[in-house]
Design a protein. Structure first.
Length: 433
């Protein structure tokens, strides 16, 4: 079964059941699906999840009673039909007919009449139904998150939300060991790929339109990687020097670790940790493609909190802690965060982040630098964690990040997605006395 809308509905059903959109999308499309249809499926899945809250509200006005959990795919089709009307401006006959056909392809003929009726009703009542939506539904964010953003960033919260609801650009990182930005741009032009240089990262390029990664010139040869330009700042902020030893404590999938090795090829030791063997294998794949595997580079499958007990080497000059977080800064890339993340998760994550700082600190040499990073825009996971740590760790002090990008916090700097067109990111640099 290769019906794009039917496949999209099955993927959406998995997300509504608690699976991540990335995983459901990767597993939900057969190899026989053509690339054009794959792009359409992606548009439907990411669009429906991105605008789930207003779509859900409109659907609730039109459904006489909720569908049961076994029919999440049919609910997904209703949302797909509404998404086509409201956001894609699809012709009415196509939106209705093709969505009804998808129900039949899912072997749920009983749902054809339901879908036809709901979508025809929306077509007739569209103006009134959209006016009926509460204002906050148009923000397409859960209430708890909007409340936190309002409280934390009273001047910026609306901009953050608007940026979260936009599709992200495709950002590239040049591997300077192989090529310069100036030499790579003509290669993109030769492939009719328009791009601009990032003002934030001196190895960053932003494509005007997304493309298949394997269509990028030099990708298989290791000349370029996909990485948001805010994430590219980590290697620069570590202030790397030759012969240093570096630890990346939560490395998978390996973008920042690879950039560390590209930035300073003369490191004595570079260790990447991750507790998930499958995710750690992604790090190895990335390093192999970039031709960065060499003596002194080690990948260790272990929890960062327990690494100290097993490490037989010396302390590290530099530690990168890209801490597990809510991901509230990368909602534009992962809109399912709005559905899957819960308010109670934030305190748990903050406690985990603090534990990681305390467990890694003894591994840092005196005078060494630890860079704390998250892709969150919530202060509870960022400056609040660092403030708690600094109060309790007497030999730690902030090593100021003196840059023009982002917003200065009491500790560290916060990058908002609407300012530089990047993901939302937080960085704080600590030094051991």
């Amino acid at each position: 079964m290769n019906n794009p809308r039917a496949l999209a509905a099955q993927i959406i059903a998995r997300v509504l059941g608690g699976d991540s959109l990335t995983e459901a999308f990767a597993e939900g499309i057969p190899n026989t699906v053509e690339s054009r249809d794959r792009g359409f499926i992606q548009e439907l899945c990411y669009g429906v999840i991105r605008w789930y809250e207003p779509l859900r509200q409109v659907c609730s006005y039109l459904l006489k009673k909720p569908l049961n959990a076994n029919d999440r795919d049919i609910y997904g089709l209703l949302l797909i039909g509404l998404y086509q009307f409201i956001y894609l401006k699809t012709a009415a006959h196509a939106a209705v007919h093709e969505t009804v056909q998808a129900a039949k392809d899912l072997k749920k003929n009983w749902a054809a009449a339901l879908i036809n009726g709901v979508l025809r009703s929306f077509q007739r009542q569209q103006t009134g139904l959209l006016k009926k939506l509460p204002k906050e539904a148009h923000y397409a964010h859960p209430r708890w998150l909007m409340k936190k953003l309002r409280q934390a960033w009273p001047k910026d919260w609306q901009g953050i939300i608007e940026a979260n609801n936009q599709a992200p650009p495709m950002s590239l990182r040049i591997n300077r060991l192989k090529i310069s930005r100036d030499d790579y741009l003509p290669k993109l032009q030769a492939k009719a790929l328009e791009a601009t240089l990032s003002a934030l990262s001196d190895v960053g390029i932003i494509l005007n339109e997304t493309c298949n990664v394997y269509g990028l010139p030099g990708f298989s040869e290791g000349e370029v990687s996909i990485q948001d330009t805010a994430a590219q700042l980590a290697a620069f902020l570590l202030m790397l020097e030759p012969k240093q030893s570096v630890l990346d404590a939560c490395a998978a999938p390996g973008g920042k670790f690879a950039h560390i090795l590209e930035t300073q090829p003369d490191l004595q030791t570079a260790v990447a940790l991750d507790q998930d063997k499958t995710r750690l294998s992604k790090v190895e794949e990335n390093l192999s493609r970039l031709r960065l595997m060499r003596d002194g580079v080690k990948l260790v499958c272990i929890k960062a909190q327990t690494f100290k007990a097993s490490w037989q080497g010396e302390q590290f000059d530099r530690i990168l802690l890209d801490a597990p977080c809510s991901g509230t800064g990368v909602i534009r890339r992962h809109p399912d965060i709005k559905l899957l993340r819960r308010e109670e998760d934030i305190d748990k994550l903050a406690q985990q982040q603090l534990e990681l700082l305390f467990s890694l600190w003894p591994l840092l040499k005196p005078g060494g630098i630890l860079l704390y990073a998250t892709c969150s825009v919530l202060p509870e996971e960022n400056q609040s964690v660092l403030q708690r740590f600094l109060l309790q760790q007497s030999d730690a002090h902030e090593h100021m990040i003196d840059e023009k990008w982002g917003t200065a916090c009491e500790v560290g700097r916060q990058i908002f997605p609407q300012i530089h067109g990047t993901d939302g990111f937080y960085y704080a640099r600590l030094q051991k006395k």
